[in-house]
Design a binder for this molecule. Structure first.
Ligand SMILES: Nc1ncnc2c1ncn2[C@@H]1O[C@H](COP(=O)(O)OP(=O)(O)O)[C@@H](O)[C@H]1O
Ligand SMILES: [Mg+2]
Length: 387
């Protein structure tokens, strides 16, 4: 639904250049909620503004719903019309809502309908319908100043849906809201995604947002996509930075003479008594040093950190057994053994730009290399995850 190829954006001013996007290739499938996460300054807002051509990319292409937006436009009123039409099919919501304080709630939703050229009665009908959709039918006559933050964002969402868009872009739409309101706005976005088949790309710096609503996610840093993929695939990818940030496993690691193993249970494996089976079939005393259960992307996922007596070599069979059970098995860096994949520290040389959804799987081995040169274990882990 949204595809960018090798998108770059360089801001030039008199005395300096800022490369805000550095070769971003992104693919968002129809009907999915796709989260882009990254720290402040990573280039997230620039990316989203380039997606609807509010900002013209320096190079690369943007295709939305089969239309190459970068090929449209140019100078002059006439030339811009196809671009304006294509843009009407892309809704956008903002952190600070951008409502007009002098207009009522209904008046705000009617604004894009005026621009689209609808008549007065049609506008009124459509605006009320949209307000009903976002649960604000009773606030039509109120002014923005009379609304809570969550209600203002609902008006923003109703306004964004005025052109019957297929795609909704959201730039930190919940960052100004408290946690409970955030949950309700995210719930609304999820409902709209399901009811209308709306494809949503949302930008956030909060992992919780990704965890709550996203089917897929990409991690951005310094204008590049560092990692991307379906959330479920990422969780099954040893060494995935996103997976670790989405769902960290706690507990100490690396006691001498013991082997620390991180297990991720997902899908069919979630309810399996794997650890007791391991203890039974291999006669090993397993210590559980950390564990957590959580819902990620609507699915139950479990993480567990266990310790096995002996070195890695002593435990090769047991680790093989765990992999055969369909778990994602990772070996964090530990005493006397090169770890496979602590996430590379910030400031490590950036990995090559990721393209497409296989990126995460490809990166798993690299993360190990970038970390502490654990090719063997890292590569093995990556295979285990892919199997
Ligand atoms: N209009 C602009 N002119 C010059 N530099 C800009 C402009 N907009 C953004 N930047 C720079 O581009 C980089 C990425 O910014 P931005 O896309 O806003 O990041 P994010 O949304 O991830 O915080 C930053 O270094 C920022 O200072
Ligand atoms: Mg931003």
């Amino acid at each position: 639904m949204i595809t960018t190829t090798d998108l770059t954006k360089v801001y030039r001013s008199r005395d300096r250049e800022v490369t805000a996007l550095d070769g971003v290739s992104l693919h968002v499938r129809p009907g999915e909620v796709f989260g882009v996460i990254g720290r402040s300054g990573a280039g997230k807002s620039t990316l989203i503004r380039c997606l609807n051509l509010l900002e013209r990319p320096t190079s690369g292409t943007v295709t939305v719903d089969g239309v190459d937006l970068t090929a449209l436009g140019g100078r002059g009123h006439r030339a811009r019309r196809p671009l304006r039409q294509a843009r009407a099919r892309i809704g956008m919501i903002f952190q600070h809502f951008n409502l007009l304080s002098s207009r009522t709630v209904k008046g705000n939703v009617e604004l894009p309908l005026e621009i689209l050229g609808l008549g007065r009665r049609e506008r009124s009908r459509k605006a009320l319908e949209l307000l009903d959709l976002v649960g604000l039918a009773d606030k039509a006559k109120a002014y923005p100043a009379q609304l809570s933050g969550g209600q203002k964002q609902r008006v923003g969402i109703a306004r964004a849906l005025a052109g019957d868009p297929k795609v909704l872009l959201s730039d930190e739409a919940t960052s100004a809201l408290d946690p409970e309101t955030t949950r309700s706005v995210l719930g609304l976005l999820r409902d709209l995604n399901r009811q209308l088949g709306l494809t949503i790309l949302l930008i956030t710096h909060e992992m919780d947002v990704v965890k709550t609503v996203c089917d897929s996610a990409a991690l951005m840093a310094e204008g590049r996509i560092v990692e991307s993929g379906a959330v479920s695939e990422l969780l099954a990818t040893p060494g995935s930075r996103l997976a670790h940030e989405l769902f960290p496993v706690g507990g100490p690691q690396g006691a001498a003479g013991r082997t620390t193993v991180d297990l991720t249970f997902h899908g069919a494996t979630a309810g399996d008594p794997v650890v007791s089976r391991l203890a039974r079939t291999h006669g090993i005393d397993v210590s559980i040093v950390g564990a957590a259960l959580d819902t990620v992307g609507g699915h139950q996922v479990g993480r567990m950190r266990i310790e096995l007596p002996g070195t890695f070599e002593d435990n090769v069979l047991a680790i093989g057994f765990l992999r055969e059970q369909g778990l994602t098995v990772e070996l964090p860096a530990q005493a006397g053994l090169p770890g496979q994949g602590a996430p590379p520290p910030d400031g490590a040389p950036p990995p090559p730009p990721a393209s497409g959804r296989t990126a995460a799987a490809g990166r798993a081995g690299e993360a190990g290399e970038a970390g502490e040169g654990a090719e063997t274990v890292g590569a093995e882990g990556a295979e285990g995850g892919a199997a």
